[in-house]
Design a protein around this ligand. Structure first.
Ligand SMILES: *Cc1c(COP(=O)(O)O)cnc(C)c1O
Length: 234
């Protein structure tokens, strides 16, 4: 237990929660429920315990091997899987995670559905969309998300809650805003055309979450800005 680190995180968390409320107020949506997911891939089990002491309830990981010890030791946290999924890890993920943000093909949804039922869980799933247009990035292409969603709605044991996107790594605010807008427009269009309820938009990381919040994010995935230990470089 590291009390100095706990205080640091508590302070960052309070500032960030205030900033979130200010942004939501400024865009006329003060009642929106925003879930802050602390991305813990940079830290170990002990630090994640400190985060919990500091008030974190939701934690995100992008690789099973890195997540394993933490999710096993701290099952009381709400765990979010946010990275590319190899099919041979789907069983572990369905067992230990409550949310999966990164489903981008139906075979994966089928695997998660099978294992979630095996463990008697309902997994909350977001479909990841490639909003940056970069070919090497994961995510279903925007034009293919409707058919993926239709294919996935029948699977039991998983509940499709919304869309996730990772914006281009750039400091061009206009470009970031356009990419987040695209994700929101896709979500709105799917709700209207297919008639499913998709309340969640998982978008925004340490460098771009204020713009994501302005454009409708309901979940932000924050790593470096929240969890790094002061004086410790990456
Ligand atoms: C690492 C990661 C984050 C957090 O990134 P930071 O820049 O450290 O806030 C968010 N989303 C995904 C998918 C990640 O892999």
């Amino acid at each position: 237990m590291d009390e100095r680190y706990q205080l640091q995180v508590r302070d960052r968390l309070a500032k960030m929660q205030l900033e979130i409320q200010q942004i939501l107020g400024a865009v006329g949506d003060p009642g929106r429920n925003v879930r802050l997911v602390a991305v813990t891939k940079y830290i170990g089990v002990d630090e994640v315990r400190d985060l919990e002491q500091a008030g974190i309830t939701d934690a995100g990981e992008n690789r099973w091997q890195v997540a394993r010890a933490k999710v096993v030791e701290l099952p009381q946290l709400h765990w979010h899987f946010i990275g590319p999924i190899q099919r041979n890890k789907a069983r572990h993920i369905a067992r230990h995670f409550k949310w999966v943000h990164s489903v981008d093909r139906w075979e994966l949804a089928e695997d998660l559905s099978k294992y979630a039922q095996e463990f008697g869980n309902t997994l909350n799933v977001m479909l990841q969309v490639n909003i940056s247009g970069e070919a090497q990035k994961s995510g279903v292409m925007p034009e293919d998300v409707a058919s993926l969603l239709t294919d996935c709605t029948e699977f039991r044991g998983i509940a499709i809650k919304g869309l996730m996107g990772i914006a281009t790594n750039t400091d061009n605010d206009d470009q970031l805003r356009q990419e987040f807008r695209l994700l929101r427009a896709l979500r709105d269009d799917l709700q209207n055309r297919i008639g499913v309820h998709l309340p969640e938009l998982s978008m925004g990381m340490s460098e771009d979450y204020p713009i994501a919040l302005e454009e409708g994010a309901t979940m932000i995935r924050i790593g470096r800005k929240l969890v790094l230990k002061e004086g410790l470089a990456l």
